[in-house]
Design a protein around this ligand. Sequence first.
Ligand SMILES: [Fe+2]
Ligand SMILES: [Fe+2]
Length: 273
Amino acid sequence: MIIKTLVENTSVSHDYKNEHGLSLYIETGKHRILVDTGASGAFAENAVKMGVDLTGVELVVISHGHYDHGGGLKTFLSINDKAKIYFSGQAFERHYAVSPFGGKRYVGLDPTLLPNDRFVFVGKYLQLGQGLELFSHVKAERFVPASNAYLFRESDGALTPDVFDHEQNLIIEEDGQTVLVTGCAHKGIVNILEHVRRLKGYLPSHVVGGFHLHNPSAFTNEDPATAEVGAYLRSTGAQCYTGHCTGLDSYQKLKSIVGDNMDYLSGGRQITI
Ligand SMILES: [Fe+2]
Ligand SMILES: [Fe+2]
């Protein structure tokens, strides 16, 4: 399996655009998958430079209803005319970030993209094909990002705390490996992994995506939770590739705890599993 980071907050060189967002292209023996589209069309520009043909993507998973993961959808739809796009059922709810310094801003998906007969809205669980599973509605039990307190959903004209049931995660199984792909892990990466343990009876061999240990609204890190999350991740033995909302400071802390099993996913990077 090959995973290419099409866009992330950083990039491996100035040849690639970077932005606050995430987009991963994943090629398995059977599937060509796009997980998230970043915040803009930058993922598509980087894809050309990385030799990724987006017209060949068969399915897209949008991890959750935030602009930094679905902001490039309009660009994707203009390039690719066949792939189905899988969202969790609540992905197009109106989502807001409220700044601790005052003011709110819309951070949801573009509602003008609706309706679209290529969009598929998923419930709590879906087997997408052999070795591909989507799940959401993870129980937020421990090490839930404190920054979720700044994130809201609008219902009946009022803002209520976002409970992130619009967040889904992807499991890919191939050649004896189990890869968990997260978007932002707003439900908490430990809770998402424990959900996989209950679902499959075992933990993944690889974890790829954002772990949300940085708060972009308050410019703070999840401390001391990051150290405890790091100890948990180390105990799983899983190889982790993270970036985006994990935050660079929190990544360094995770790296100091987890060691070789923790690596960074910059834009322009390719990994082979
Ligand atoms: Fe998010
Ligand atoms: Fe994000």
